[in-house]
Structure formats: structure tokens, C-alpha cells
Design a protein around this ligand. Sequence first.
Ligand SMILES: Cc1ncc(COP(=O)(O)O)c(C=O)c1O
Length: 410
Amino acid sequence: MTTVENRTPAELAEAERYTAHNYHPLPVVITEGEGAWVTDVDGRRYLDFLAGYSALNFGHRHPGLIAAAHAQLDRITLTSRAFVHDQFAEFCRSLAELCGKELVLPMNTGAEAVETAIKVARKWGYQVKGVPDGQAEIIVAADNFHGRTTTIVSFSTDPDAKADFGPYTPGFTIVPYGDEAALREAVTPNTVAVLMEPIQGEAGVLVPPAGYFAAVRALCDEHNVLLVADEIQSGLGRTGRTFAIEHEGVVPDMYVLGKALGGGIVPVSAVAANRDVLGVLKPGEHGSTFGGNPLACAVGGEVVRLLATGEFQRRSAELGEHLHARLNALIGHGVIAVRGRGLWAGVDIDPTLLTGRQACERLAERGVLAKDTHGSTIRLAPPLVVTAEEIDHAVDQLAALLRGDRGEAQ
Ligand SMILES: Cc1ncc(COP(=O)(O)O)c(C=O)c1O
């Protein structure tokens, strides 16, 4: 394709000059997006197979979400929770219903929702379970990713996320993901919660062994422990169901939600649980200036309406089969393994060929945006509005670069 300008190098250099280097972005400077596509400042188009780490499940600028945001921008955007506004009750009711829970507590970022879940679980432990003061323990999985706060990185096993950010918050026990026996060993009378991702996203889209979460649920019931599912990346349609843990036939005590709940427009997160759990919080004990603001509730409410139709979960299930069939056919042709569910895949590239980073750079040159996780693994998570043809196009580009074909797609 003809590029009319070459603004990219200057934009990249300017961004480098003025920002902390806490990210290592691909050399693409995006200016517009629609559906599954984005356009860069030089007019190149890319299929977005990262979708904001699942924050863009409904694609860029979904018309219904944009309309809800516009309508709310013209009315009122922020009140603080010191007052109630007219978008609040409807958002909370509909989200609670979607989750099958009695109450929700809205926050903004995913990490804040995880922090909320930790605080609620601890308070529940002291007030309901009767754990001695200051002794609450939460069991988490190795290779987890739950966010970036000092408490959350305290139980990370990723040195990049954790090193030099101590002193660390105590009260967390780490067990191998998917290992039922190790979990059983780790439970003590002071255990208040098991906090896990139903599928570990950042770890490389790791799906636990069949039956694992059913065993976790049974263990939690046996020991009066809360099961907290971090569905921030895995939830809201990504895996072909509303929640990834549904594939395991399991209902957690608390859902932790974020990313797609904000429709790719505003940060919206929440925890959802029944009254016997979330009811432990009293006025003044937890909150957020922006949590549950009118704009967030208007957009989040529209997200819940979209999910309530089931259309996106269906698309993800059906197109996910197509994506996985196409990717599985690459095993032995530069791909070692493929994992995931629905429109979510972790793809292990043969490390003798390319690192994940190199694969993503070459994919970007071919007009497909994706993100590496660790080593030679890349993660594909297109918006749920993607079409079968767009999936074919993206997988064709991956296949071509693994074959070592030269040239760009456009
Ligand atoms: C499973 C999971 N939990 C929590 C988070 C943190 O969300 P945020 O970046 O919005 O704080 C993420 C982000 O990638 C995530 O994938």
C-alpha cells in the first residue's frame, strides 16, 4: 500500500523522550480504530489481535457503546459516590444479574477490583469465618497476573513485576496452578480465599487441567474458604461464555471484573458477590472517587446489555473453534503448541525460529497486531466482532512469516 507520510519514527522518538520506559511497545503509532481494525499515523491498517488485552471485546468504537458514552457526556459525567446518580442502580442491578450475584461494587481499574476482593475476603475472614486478627491467608497461583499494586506484586512470581518493589505485603501463599494436591496442602484454618484466574492470560493463556476448578470449589466448600475468580481478562465473552470458569461448571463466591466492562472507552471494574460476602463492607471502609461514576455506569450498562444478548459469547465460541483449528494446523510448521478457549489463544512459536517479540514485530509488518507474553509465546485475542475471513487473514500472515516468506501483506 502507498504510504503518504512517514510520521511514525518521529512520534516514536518523541514518546521515548518523554515517558518512563515501563513498556516496550511495538513500533506502531495508532491514530484511529474501528471494529477489529486500527490505522496508524502513516495510513497503514492493522488487524488488532490484542484488543487492548481483552478490554476491546466489542471492538473499537462499537456504535452502541459510543452512543451510550456520547449521550452520557451530554448529561453528567461525575458526581462521586457522595451522591447517587441515575445510571448507578441500573448498572449495578444488571451486572449483578449477569453474574448471578446479589451485589456489586464498582471500581475503575482491574488492580483496584483485585484489591477490593482481597480486602473483602480478609474482612469476611475476620468477621464471618472468625480468623484471628491479622492472620488471614489468601492462596494464589504461581505465574499469576492480577495487577501492579504493591500488594498484588507481593504475590507475583514474575521477577520483572516484583523485584525491588518491596517490602512486600504478607498473607499470601503461592501454589502451582492446576495442582490440586498442592492446594489441599496449603489450606490452613486461617485461609480466607483462593484467588485465581480461570485461565492464566499473562502466563501464556494457560488452561488448567480438566476438573481442577471443580476440585478447588469442593476444597473451598469443605474448609469455608471463598473462591475468588479473577475474570478481568478471561471474562465477558472472551472464551465463548460470559465467564471462563463456566467451562469448569463452577460458580465462584466472588467475580473480579474489569477490562471489557468499560467497553474500551473508560476504565470500569467491579467485584460481584452475594450479600453474605460483600455485605461485610460498611460506609467509609472502602471506596474510590471515580468508581461507579455516571459515564462508567452508562458505558458499563451498555456492555452488560450487549452481553445479555449472548451474541458475543456465541461468536467467540464459534469463531474460536475456527481460530483454534487454523492455529492447530500450524503445529509442526513453526508452532509447538496452541492453548486457549474461544477467541483467545496462546501460541508457542518454535524458539529456534523466533522469539515471541520477533514474531509480533514481523506480524505487525504484515498488518496484524499481537503481543508476546514470555519467551517465544504470543497471545492472540481479537475483538469478538472479528470475522472468519479476518481470522484467516491473520493466521495466513502468521503461517507466512513462520515459513520465512518475505514481504509485507499490504
Ligand atoms: C487477570 C488480570 N487481573 C488483573 C489485571 C489488572 O488490570 P488493570 O491493568 O486494569 O489494573 C489484569 C491486566 O492485565 C489481568 O489480566
